[in-house]
Structure formats: C-alpha cells, structure tokens
Design a protein around this ligand. Sequence first.
Ligand code: FMN
Length: 320
Amino acid sequence: MPRTDLMQLFSTRTRPLNVCAPMVRYSKLPFRELVRRYNTDIVYTPMILANVFSASNFARDCEFSTNRQDDPVVIQFAASNGVDLANAAELAAPFVSGIDINCGCPQKWAIHEKLGSHLMSDPETVRDMIRMTKARVNVPCSIKIRIHKDLRETEEFVKRALSVGVDFITVHGRTKKMKSTEPVSLEGMKFVKEVSTVPVLANGDVFTMEDANRIVAATGVDGTMSARGILENPALYAGYEITPWECIEDYVDLALSYGTNAFIFHHHLMYMFERTMSNAERRTFNSLSSVPSIVDYLEENYGLDISKKRGERAIRASVL
Ligand SMILES: Cc1cc2nc3c(=O)[nH]c(=O)nc-3n(C[C@H](O)[C@H](O)[C@H](O)COP(=O)(O)O)c2cc1C
C-alpha cells in the first residue's frame, strides 16, 4: 500500500504543516482519523516500546492498528539501542510514512530504562539508532527532542543526528526538567531550526491556530505539533477556538466503529468538553463508566445522532 512521502510533503508545502503529537493512550486510530478531518497533515502514534513491538504479533496488534486512510502516520518508538529500534522499524515500515525516536519522555521509568529524555544526554546512542534504522528501512527517520539548558549541547546533539542523515526533527521547546506549565522557549526552537539542514517542527503550547502562526513567525520552523491543545480541541488546526459539536459527534462515531475502551473513550470526551460543560454537567458525565451510558447521555442531553454520522462516513468511504 503506497504511503505519503513525508519529505515531499515538506518540500512542496505551501503553508506550515499541522501535526498531531504522539500521545500515549490517545493518538490511536480513531483519534488520528478524527484530526485528519480537521486539517491535520501528519499524525503520530503513541510512543511504543520498540522491544515489546518486535516481540510478538499480539503485542503489535495491541500497540498499533492502522488502515488505508491512516496516512500519513508516523510511528514513534522508544528504545535504548539501535538493534531494538531497527528491528521494530523494519516491521512497521511498510505501514507508515515515518519512524520517530522518542528522546523526550521525562518519566522516571523511561530514564531508568535509558530511553526517552535520557537520550538527550547520550547523543552517540541516538546517532547509532538513526544510522542502524536508516540502513534497514526506506522511510524517513526522525527524532523528537527537547532542548538543553545550554543550547550549545543541543547544537552538538542535532549535528550528530544530521551527520547520519536524520530526515527531520521535532523540537519540544522545553528542557527535560521543565514542567509543561512553563512556557516553551521560542529561542530554543528557533535555534534548532537555524542549526538544522532538515525540516523542523516546533512542539509546545499550540492551543489555537493563532499560537501555531505565532510560533512559526518567531522561529521559522516548517510546521507545528500540538499535544494538549489538539487533545482538547481536535479541530484546532481547522481554526476552531473551541471543539465544535460536529467534531465530538465524529469522534463518537469513529470510536464506536473501530471499537474503544470505555476509559479512553470517556477521557477523550472529557478533554473535548473541557471548555464547554458546566460543572454540574461534568459531575454527572464524570460518573458515567460504560460506553453505552456515555452514548445514552450524549443522545439525551446533546442530541447525538450516530446514524447521521454513519451515513456520512459511508458516503466518504465510497468516494475513496
Ligand atoms: C496525554 C499525553 C501523552 C503524551 N505521550 C507522548 C508520547 O507518547 N510520546 C512523546 O514523544 N510525547 C508524548 N507526550 C508529550 C507531547 O507529545 C508534547 O511533547 C508535550 O505535551 C508538549 O506539547 P503541548 O504543549 O502541545 O502539550 C504526551 C503528552 C500528553 C499530554
């Protein structure tokens, strides 16, 4: 199945690219299809442990499901060495447009396993991972990094990655110690763009299209990537300030069609309703614990009409 060529997407773009971040638990198939309907150009899978992915068919089925419409998709792996990464990349490559290496996860377990943001202090390992992966697969290999307190270290890191042909870079404009409540460093993201010879995406604090435009103007990057913003408002890259009801209906339809776990379904909806539900409504909504009870609630209180969405989707599928 031919997949979108990401490097061509970068080189022919007529505006900054809109990208949905990797998000553990959330950036799964229904959500990826949802955000594509709202002007998102590239969508990432959640971080997947490379060694677990390579271990069995069962693990792969649990971690990654995809289909023809799931394009372009970048699969993100967490690994501590090139062998694990290249093995996983080879299995995933026929189904994706890119392989990304997570160099930003700040969680203690990840650092203990020598992956995620631990890699920001181990540029040689990252260089070897890129080299080994590129030798085995034919799709772009990217890194999602954080910045260092001393940007000279970031420059060294980026140069090592460039020396082995990293195809593009996403920079989350925070150091590994910074909290997500602290503003991102525009200066750090601009710096990474300036020292790179490949496309760069800026990640952090994109909650509206205005934020995306401001960040691009300040840094010169090739596109922006949103995580918390797009989780709360999957239509943000289509210019919506608040999640439109249409988008919530689309999500319910997609989640039910593909199958979903009640916990994730509930959480996605809680995020999407974050700015529109009253406290009283939220109290009731939060107490719902099964998919049917959530659907009933939305039908009774918001006029959810899944049959209408099903009809629209059937028409879309017949056009494809
Ligand atoms: C729920 C959630 C899950 C995340 N999972 C991942 C992940 O799997 N891989 C990754 O590189 N970053 C992950 N992140 C970090 C985001 O991709 C992003 O770098 C960070 O949230 C900053 O972007 P933001 O300001 O747009 O939220 C996650 C963030 C959130 C909120």
